[in-house]
Design a protein around this ligand. Sequence first.
Ligand code: HEC
Ligand code: HEC
Ligand code: HEC
Ligand code: HEC
Ligand code: HEC
Ligand code: HEC
Ligand code: HEC
Ligand code: HEC
Ligand code: HEC
Ligand code: HEC
Length: 321
Amino acid sequence: MMIRVSPLALHLTQVVLLTCLLLSSFWASAAWEELSEAELETILVEKFAEGKYSAKGADNCLMCHRRSETVMALFDGVHGRTSNPASPMAPGQLQCEACHGPQGNHNRGGKEPMITFGPDSRVSASAQNSVCLSCHSGDDRLAWHGSTHDIEEVACSSCHNVHAAQDPSRDKLQAQANCTDCHRQQFAQMQQRSSHPMRTGQITCVDCHNPHGSLNDAMLSQVSVNDNCYACHAEKRGPLLWEHAPVSDNCAACHNPHGSVNDAMLTQRPPQLCQSCHASPHSGSPQFQGGNSAFTAGQSCLNCHNQVHGSNHPSGKLLQR
Ligand code: HEC
Ligand code: HEC
Ligand code: HEC
Ligand code: HEC
Ligand code: HEC
Ligand code: HEC
Ligand code: HEC
Ligand code: HEC
Ligand code: HEC
Ligand code: HEC
């Protein structure tokens, strides 16, 4: 599992840890936090240019860091699998430094900064992400650059956890919980009276969105809102003899895909929904004396116009059959 950690190294670890403890007040006084972000970035860039990687790889880092359960959990996950030659921890790879950057003088008391990740990191998200992308730029990440998450400085490590037995993205509900940590509005909507079955994880955000970006609006996995809906609601795809213009145009004109207080995830309830576009229907029809009133009072438009998604009936022009 672990690589090149000899019993001697383990023993040394205890000694070094003790020293670490003794010196910790000294380090605390020279904390990385005191560096401005620009100074931090300069140091990291210089360290990369110097390329002073540790000759002993992970063994060296673990002398001081093996007490941390977080650190050691790396070896339970895919990145710690030495049998996979592409894994950062495989023999001949840069190991810990593949992600945290070259050690440089960091081993002199841990004072010189390393690349850090996670919510407390002061290394810019794009710098953090470039590390991950050095191995993961293929396939699914082709649209990352310029995506909304890239522009908004969302870090890979906001959704991924490499020092863990299992990455959260492997579990649909965990991955979704990550999304809703930031996306509170969508979280609220999915709790409402009607919504896609997202709370149970039958459908989750990534069934519709690509978190790594896509070439489509709203990072959708399909080229348009309607193509997104048709992926699962194929029966709503035309062409129909009588189409209802907004349906073939944009399902989201009437539905909120994340949920709503109204039935069928409607953005408004009929008749208001219908009247938002049909301000005064029937106004030219003498048989509806007085135009609209009879219909808004109590009767839903859908009682008569029940084929709201369009009709294939020869006389379905008015969406009544
Ligand atoms: C001689 C002991 C020592 C060695 C060797 C060492 N470190 Fe550290 N490291 C420290 C100390 C002490 C800190 C805490 C610094 C601080 O918080 O100011 C630290 C901090 C870190 C952090 C930041 C942790 C955090 O909480 O944000 C990372 C990442 C890190 N080290 C990675 C490495 C890697 C990778 C190696 C091997 C290339 C390595 N270290 C080798 C002592 C060491
Ligand atoms: C694949 C990239 C990667 C590799 C390889 C890697 N790390 Fe990390 N490390 C991270 C990320 C990302 C985090 C932030 C927490 C997380 O997402 O898991 C982190 C967090 C840390 C921390 C701070 C965590 C804490 O204890 O609070 C330390 C220290 C650290 N790594 C040391 C190491 C050491 C030592 C190794 C080698 C044994 C190593 N890392 C290998 C990516 C990596
Ligand atoms: C040195 C190359 C390397 C680096 C750097 C690297 N990875 Fe990986 N990553 C791998 C390999 C190899 C795998 C396993 C791929 C496989 O099994 O097909 C992997 C798998 C993954 C997976 C899939 C996890 C799973 O359980 O299937 C995620 C997510 C991931 N990496 C995220 C990250 C993140 C985030 C970073 C930056 C903090 C990062 N990686 C840095 C090589 C790397
Ligand atoms: C907003 C959350 C989020 C961010 C940010 C994110 N990912 Fe992911 N990633 C996911 C989810 C969710 C999955 C699982 C996708 C699925 O099941 O379709 C995943 C899957 C993966 C996988 C494994 C599947 C594959 O395509 O090989 C890798 C590797 C990966 N991400 C790398 C990255 C890297 C590198 C970054 C940063 C450039 C990143 N991710 C940023 C959420 C995210
Ligand atoms: C660290 C915070 C964070 C996390 C975690 C996160 N996002 Fe985002 N996301 C943002 C920010 C910031 C924006 C831009 C503002 C907005 O639209 O809310 C954004 C925008 C989006 C957009 C709109 C894109 C556009 O171009 O209009 C979608 C879709 C999205 N995120 C999906 C997801 C999904 C799916 C996940 C989980 C896999 C996720 N996000 C996780 C921060 C995050
Ligand atoms: C059934 C498909 C579907 C699911 C599931 C889904 N979305 Fe969306 N999402 C969409 C569509 C379609 C749009 C574009 C809506 C529009 O254009 O009006 C969108 C838009 C967004 C936006 C842009 C702002 C907005 O509301 O228009 C964000 C952010 C977002 N989704 C986040 C999420 C998050 C987070 C989740 C999971 C909690 C999620 N979505 C689940 C289909 C979905
Ligand atoms: C990944 C598959 C998937 C996608 C994509 C999808 N849906 Fe759904 N939709 C479902 C499932 C599953 C249900 C629940 C069906 C059930 O409970 O019988 C559902 C239910 C609905 C309902 C009925 C909700 C209720 O409370 O009665 C509406 C309306 C709906 N979807 C509209 C849309 C729209 C609009 C889009 C595109 C923005 C869309 N769906 C995209 C799978 C999907
Ligand atoms: C003009 C407004 C409007 C538009 C646009 C619209 N819908 Fe609807 N949709 C409704 C109304 C009203 C209901 C509830 C009444 C009913 O069940 O027919 C509904 C119900 C649904 C339902 C649940 C009942 C059923 O028919 O299966 C699904 C699924 C659905 N719509 C999908 C879609 C999809 C997919 C699109 C885009 C192709 C779309 N809708 C566009 C108004 C609309
Ligand atoms: C987003 C705007 C919008 C919404 C919301 C909307 N419609 Fe429409 N509707 C249209 C447009 C545009 C047409 C096509 C008008 C035309 O061809 O002159 C249309 C056509 C119709 C027609 C056929 C009229 C004709 O002369 O062919 C009926 C009936 C109708 N809508 C009923 C409804 C009902 C009932 C609702 C509510 C469930 C509704 N509409 C919601 C935009 C909308
Ligand atoms: C009692 C049944 C009934 C109800 C309820 C009803 N309609 Fe109608 N609607 C009709 C009939 C019948 C016609 C055809 C009238 C004609 O030939 O002029 C029509 C025509 C229409 C037309 C096309 C002609 C025009 O006048 O614009 C639209 C749009 C329309 N209705 C929208 C609505 C809306 C929106 C509602 C809800 C506020 C609604 N209808 C409620 C029966 C109904």
